[in-house]
Design a protein around this ligand. Structure first.
Ligand code: ADP
Ligand code: MG
Length: 252
């Protein structure tokens, strides 16, 4: 028997409260989830459920009110700012808008994290070429973001997120602005990256189609709380679960 895959993302009892108009607003309430190596885990929920706050808290861009985040065995919530910067490299992040620098080419955008990390020119060039090829943009390496389609821009965002060879790819609505066909190609690319690089992917979305297409397991977040979670196959087979009902394609 094969040993079970190690847990790469472990979120335990995470809560986040914001102060708004003199009140405390709890946006994440005792959220726990764990993702094993090489899995694609979805987090789905309606707008305002706390998904983006969860993403930013996992990155420690937002400091949790309580609870812990552990990535690849390292508890991020106990690190000081200086160590946190290095630890954050283990997490590549992609967003709805790829947020590329318009003044830089595809290759220039992908090179940016390598430059910031102080990686030398020769290695940078080699890595950029490899990354750009991996996302299928070799022929566009010299193009500027304005010359690319939305799907191509997101591919650049993915290549840039992978530049420092993270263990985890965190995606917050990365396909939300894209049409169905382009969404499919991006999800296929994520699957390929998981298969080839052994990446662990946390895919945050409000779209059930995305979960159905690519996720191994899924957590339903509503009002900052985990409502349900489980393996996709089990949920689909369980008509009592809210996720199972949502995952069954609507009849035309
Ligand atoms: P989702 O991504 O699921 O749509 P968000 O995490 O963006 O949800 O937001 C969840 C709730 O948290 C919203 O009500 C939002 O207004 C609130 N919120 C998010 N960030 C902040 C902040 N920095 N200060 C106050 N409230 C916030
Ligand atoms: Mg969001």
């Amino acid at each position: 028997m094969r040993a079970p895959s190690p847990t790469v993302i472990q979120v335990e009892s995470l809560s986040k409260t914001f102060r708004r108009d003199g009140h405390d607003v709890t946006v994440l309430d005792d959220v726990s989830l764990s993702v094993a190596a090489g899995r694609i885990a979805g987090v789905i929920g309606p707008s305002g459920a706390g998904k983006s706050t969860l993403a930013r808290t996992i990155n420690l861009l937002e400091c949790p009110t309580s609870g812990t985040v552990t990535v690849a065995g390292q508890e991020l919530t106990r690190l000081r700012e200086r160590d946190l910067q290095a630890a954050r490299r283990r997490i590549g992040t992609i967003f709805q808008s790829a947020s590329l620098l318009s003044s830089r080419t595809v290759a220039g955008n992908v090179a940016l994290p390598l430059e910031l990390a102080g990686i030398g020119r020769a290695e940078r060039r080699a890595r950029v070429a490899e990354l750009v090829e991996r996302v299928g943009l070799t022929h566009h390496a010299g193009a500027y973001p304005a010359q690319l389609s939305g799907g191509q821009r997101q591919r650049v965002g993915i290549a840039r997120a992978l530049a420092l060879r993270p263990d985890v790819l965190l995606s917050d609505e990365a396909t939300s602005g894209l049409d169905t066909a382009t969404t499919r190609t991006i999800l296929a690319l994520l699957r390929e990256l998981r298969d080839d690089l052994g990446l662990t992917i946390l895919l945050i979305t409000h779209e059930m189609d995305v979960v159905r297409d690519v996720c191994d397991e899924v957590t339903l977040l509503r009002g900052g709380r985990v409502v349900e979670s489980g393996a996709l196959a089990d949920l689909v087979a369980d008509p009592r679960s809210a996720l199972g009902r949502g995952l069954i394609p609507e009849r035309p």
